[in-house]
Each structure stands twice: as C-alpha cells, then as structure tokens.
Design a protein around this ligand. Structure first.
Ligand code: BDP
Length: 682
C-alpha cells in the first residue's frame, strides 16, 4: 500500500461480504469496442477481478453487467430505458431481466456516461453496498468540472507540494502509464477537463513541438471524457509571432490568435480552449494597450468560437492604489463589464475576494454578474492551509462557499446557482502517492464529487472516500470521517481565527509571519490585512472603512457590516475592533482569540489520538505515515499559535487568560524562521 492506487484500490472483499456480489458480476457485456466503452469494460474487469478474485466472462448470462448506449448497443436499444433526461454524461444503473437472464445494466446516452456509471457501480461494490434491485440515475450538476494544473514546462509546479509535474515534456508525445491512471482517477469522480500548464504561462506551450505533445495527452484523455485546455500568455503574438503588439483590437493580433486556434484545432479537434491570467501579478494583458478585460477575452473568444472553444478569463486581479482595499479590486473591475463578454467566455472567480485563504467570505462577484457566465475557482493544493503538512480536508470549505447565500440575482440564490463551471487548482504531482500526503487524495476526490453534485454533503463524500481508501471497518469509517470533517476548521483556528487573513510567511506561504510590513506592494503585507496595534485589530470594511461589505447584496451587506450580526468567523475581516471587544460568548476578543488558537492546537491533538486508536485496524505502513504527518501538524499548529500570540502580545501587552501558557519562545525567535528558494509571488 503506497497510495498509488488512490481510491481505485479494488482490494479483495472479505469472504463474508462476497456472496452478495458473486452472482451479480459474472460477466461484462459490451457490444461496442469504442475506446470509451473499452475503458469502461476494462475498469469493470479490473475492479471485479480485484475485489472478487474472478475473471468475468463476456456473454449475456445470469449475473452479467451490460454496458453501453442505445446508439452502439442493440441490447440496450431493445430495453428502451428511460435515458432521455440524462443528458450526455448522466447514467442509469438498473437491475433487469433480459432474454431470461438477470442482469445489471449500465446505460447512458453518451459513452462517457457509461464510463461514469461503471465507476459508480464499482464504487458501490467497494463500499460493500448492495447492487441488487438497482434503479439509480445521476446527472452532473455542471457541464464543466475542471482541474487547473499550475505546472511549468521545466517540470516544477507553482504551489505544488507533491513532487514535480506528471507531464513528462521531454518524453512526450510518448505517453506513460501514469497519465492513463490520472485519467482513470479523474473520470472516476467525473472531472472532464484539465488545463495542463500554469496560469503564469510560458508562451512556448503554443509552439508546434509542444502542441504535438499536448495532442498526445489529449488523445490519451479522450477515452476518459477529459478535454484538454491550455493556459495562454496574452503576449504570445509578440513572444512567438514577432508582432510589435498584443493589442486585442489590432487586426494582426486578432489574425494571429485566429491562426493559432486553427492550428491547434487541426491537431486537436476537441481542444477545450484557453485559460488566461491577464493584468494580474505581472502577467501581460489588454490593459497594457488601454483596453479592458472584455476586449481581451472577446478577442480570444472569437478565435476559438468557430471550433466550439471556450475562454476561461480569470478575475484574480488587484492592481489598485496603495490606499485602496485589495479585496475590492476584482469586483470593482469586473462588475461593470457584466454583459460585455462573448457567450463562449467564462469569467473564473476565486472562491473568496482575496486569495484561497483558510477562510474567506464568498466573492461578491457571485450573483453580481447575471449576464456573464462564471466559474468558481478553488485551490485543491493547500498553498495556504499547511501545504503538505498534516490533514486539512477541504470538502467543508468548498461546500460552505457553494451554499453561501448571495441573495442575488434571486432572493434565494446561492453561489452554486450562479456558476456554470468549477475549476480546482490541482494538487497532483509525480510523488508515488500523487498528492504528497495520503489525505490530500481526499481533496482531489472531493473536488470531483462536489463538482458533480454541488449540494453533496461533504461528510458523505468523506465517508465514501474513507471506505474506498481505508476499507469498510465501521470504527475506522466513523473515526476517519469525523477527523476529516474537523480538520479544516482546526487549521482556521490555529492559523487565522475570527476572520484574520493572509498572515503567512512571505513568498513561501508556509507558517506565520503577521509582523511583515515592509514589502513594496502594500497589499502583500500581513500587517495590511490585520491592521493590529496597541488598541485593536481587524480591517474595517464598513462604510466607515473601505466599504467592501457594500459589494454584497444589500441584506448580506447589512449582516456583514453590522457588528452585532456579523458571524464570529468574519468578525476581523469586516471590522476593526478593540482588543477588549466583547464577543457573543461574553469574553473579550483577546481572551477569545487566545482560546481559539489553543482550541486549534487541541483539535490537532485530538486528531492524533483518533488516529492512534486506529492502529491495528489500518495497515501499518500507511498508519505510520499519517501518524507522522499529524505529528508535524501538531508542531505546526503550536508554531502558528505561539508566533501569533507572541506578536499580538508585543502590540497590546495584555496578559494571557488563565490556563493559557505563554509562547514557548520570544517573538524574535519566530521572526528568524525563514524558508529559502521557493518561487512565486509574495
Ligand atoms: C496565488 C499564488 C500564486 C498564483 C496566484 C494566482 O501564490 O503563486 O500565481 O495565486 O492564482 O495564491 O494566479
């Protein structure tokens, strides 16, 4: 058990549970040999072979699993199944009798639906659920369920904590087996699109030698229903085409992109399109030519439009004056452009108005651009939540965002109802276990499952992943699920409680550095965000301050801006308050803050205890690995707690509440902890 098999382990099912499946998986019948149906059939054979230790036959008989679409299977056609409402990717699992044989049917309109249905059937078996009397149909909530890789052409991954890129650019166009396993894993959770390269893009990816490599990957992914996209550098016409400008209204520039799109689609007819980071953190963009984001996006949209391509245009921008509030920037810039984008442009918005912090309120752009297609961008890789230390299951965070009420465009709208796509910044690398730690696999898994079903319960997803990954022992399922469900909140508690944010070390983002105040760009400084001094702490975003609360629908804005109504978790995000501020609990803010840090540390201690209780239930190698991860997390939690308290106390000189020990070391010690050599923005 080294984690390579992810949640597709297909280990033998315990003897007492096998009989219920033995007569239900005797054969896999597929009447088509198309690559997707072949992939589905081979997955079923692999899964059944692994779990039941038998080799299924291929003919129609009692216990057969019949897979296919009405178009490519006469048997399925003959069954006249109710598929009409299932779209292209939905599936039906049904127990039936056909020509006297009792069978299970996996049917869909599209072949990818058959593949998804096959994975769903295998999942049921892995979880030891019944596959008798099935009548289940599912369709995905969103058509676009994506991963965004931040992989560079030199193999390094921006904010990657699981080794180097899995794209072996030197070896491509020869595709290795790992790439196929990546596609299987994605298809098993319904991910159907992948952006191969970093949003801080290198134009070289659009040259012919690289495009031939991209074509090979697209070919490998096609049977698994996954479309390939590329991050495009806005200045490519200059970088590659030797034009003097990248002005989106310049006819030569427009012609260059059109020719480039035509070239790509000749090689990859089902190419998805481009993802663009423009006028953000030094990346070139239309504003360099006096144009706006819509001008830039539309120009590229026109180039891919004849081929059915899409442009994902990121709203992660914060070019603004030194006195402005950074979190206002994306809304201020994009909201006025509502209705100005072509219909094949999707504006991609990070979940919160800042930048993937442990907790942010939802971005006010959701619901505010009813005439524009929006995608929700989340970060599966844990840049700001401990990176590859310990456990932070992000399902609850994404679900919190998706369920956040936007109250517009309709009074009942939530974030989920305002988006057409979800893109997760990938945490996959070439580490043997794919994601750096075993529990980070759960975040990849949950990303797919929540994109498929936006209203899925993250606890149910955790429960599912646990059974697939750690087995079906009831004690293990309960303990692991509960440990996972509390883990993200624990990181918020020990890193950035009560709405604090962006307090991590410069550029590497690992560990606390709330004291940093000297970076050239004001909004890169932690001190800019917490505004703490001798008397108080927090960022005033009410009318008395930056008024960012006002970017939300009026009733949401009223809650956030009202000190009596704002939820504790957003208190210091929206308000600057004295250290003596009375919390709802009756405690002062200072005492509550110290207690909250300690609660976070204690939660990690409890996670360790829960995990120890599983020794003997879980294979020793993986058990030991996770135990070590949690030990590291305990240290890290303590470090965040101690460094943060030491710093706040250096400002407010308040004593710690009783029962809460002083930090282990003086503030000066924490300030000396630095990491070298990690690339990226501050
Ligand atoms: C920030 C990362 C930086 C990314 C940027 C982005 O630190 O590496 O380039 O997001 O999303 O959080 O473009």
């Amino acid at each position: 058990e080294d984690g390579y098999d992810l949640w597709l382990r297909y280990r033998p099912i315990a003897a007492q549970a096998t009989p219920q499946y033995a007569g239900r998986a005797t054969s896999v019948v597929a009447e088509s040999t198309s690559p997707t149906i072949a992939a589905a059939a081979s997955e079923l054979r692999r899964g059944i072979g692994g779990m039941l230790q038998v080799t299924p036959a291929a003919d129609l008989r009692d216990g057969a699993i019949l897979i296919g679409t009405p178009a490519s299977s006469a048997l399925i056609r003959q069954m006249r199944l109710p598929l009409r409402r299932l779209g292209n990717e939905g599936y039906l699992l049904r127990s039936a009798t056909l020509r006297g044989s009792r069978i299970t049917v996996v049917a869909a309109n599209g072949e990818t639906g058959v593949l998804y249905g096959s994975f769903a059937l295998l999942r049921r078996m892995q979880m030891q659920q019944s596959i008798d009397s099935l009548d289940i149909s599912e369709t995905p909530a969103l058509k676009l369920r994506m991963l965004n890789h931040w992989d560079n052409l030199d193999g390094f991954i921006e904010r990657g904590y699981s080794g180097k890129s899995i794209w072996n650019w030197q070896q491509l166009p020869t595709v290795d087996a790992r790439v196929i396993d990546y596609a299987r894993a994605n298809a098993s959770v319904g991910i159907n699109a992948t952006v191969l390269n970093n949003v801080n893009a290198n134009a070289q990816i659009l040259t012919e030698p690289y495009l031939l490599k991209v074509k090979a990957l697209a070919g490998a992914f096609r049977p698994y229903g996954i479309k390939v996209y590329l991050s495009a550098r806005f200045s490519s016409p200059i970088d590659l085409g030797h034009l003097k400008t990248a002005d989106p209204l310049d006819p030569e520039v427009r012609a260059w992109w059109k020719a480039k799109a035509d070239e790509i689609y000749r090689l990859i007819p089902d190419f998805g399109g481009f993802l663009v980071k423009a006028n953000s953190e030094g990346q070139p963009g239309p504003q360099g030519y006096g144009r706006n984001h819509a001008d830039g996006a539309n120009m590229m949209a026109d180039a891919v439009k004849p081929h059915g391509g899409l442009i994902f245009w990121r709203a992660f921008v914060y070019a603004m004056g030194p006195d402005q509030d950074r979190i206002r920037a994306a809304y201020d810039e994009f909201k006025p452009l509502d209705g100005k984008f072509r219909d094949n442009v999707i504006v991609q918005v990070k979940n919160g108005p800042l930048d993937f912090q442990p907790r942010e309120p939802f971005s006010p752009l959701f619901g505010a651009m009813p005439k524009t297609k929006l995608a929700l961008e989340t970060q599966v890789t844990r840049e700001y939540l401990g990176q590859s230390t310990g456990i932070a299951y992000l399902g609850p965070m994404w679900s919190e965002v998706l369920r956040s009420r936007t109250a517009r465009p309709r009074p009942t709208s939530d974030v989920a109802s305002t988006i057409v796509a979800i893109a997760g910044v990938s945490n996959v690398g070439n580490d043997r276990n794919w994601t750096g730690t075993l529990f980070d696999q759960a975040n990849w898994y949950a990303h797919g499952r929540l994109a498929w079903n936006l209203h899925a319960d993250p606890a149910a997803v955790a429960n599912e992943w646990t059974r697939l990954t750690w087995g079906n022992a009831p004690q293990a399922i309960t303990l692991i699920t509960s440990l996972m469900m509390g883990s993200r909140e624990a990181t918020v508690d020990y890193m950035t409680p009560f709405g604090l944010t962006h307090l991590m070390g410069t550029s590497h983002h690992h560990g606390p550095a709330p004291w940093v105040a000297d970076l050239g760009t004001p909004s890169w400084n932690p001190a800019y965000f917490h505004k703490a001094d001798a008397t108080g702490i927090g960022f005033d975003r009410t009318t008395a301050g930056s008024n960012a609360a006002d970017q939300y629908a009026p009733e949401i804005a009223r809650t956030f801006a009202d000190l009596d109504k704002v939820p504790d978790e957003y208190l210091l995000w929206f308000h600057h308050v004295p250290w003596s501020h009375r919390m709802r609990s009756g405690d002062t803010l200072w005492n509550a803050l110290v207690a909250r840090y300690d609660l976070g540390v204690a939660k990690v201690g409890a996670m360790q205890a829960q995990w120890s209780a599983l020794s003997g239930t879980i294979d020793p190698v993986r058990h030991a690995q996770v135990a070590a991860d949690l030990r590291a997390q305990q240290q890290e939690a303590q470090w965040w707690r101690d460094a943060s308290i030491a710093y706040w106390q250096s400002l407010n000189h308040l004593p710690l509440p009783e029962g809460h020990p002083l930090p282990a070391r003086p503030l000066s010690y924490y300030k000396t902890i630095k990491f070298e050599g990690l690339p990226g923005n501050p």
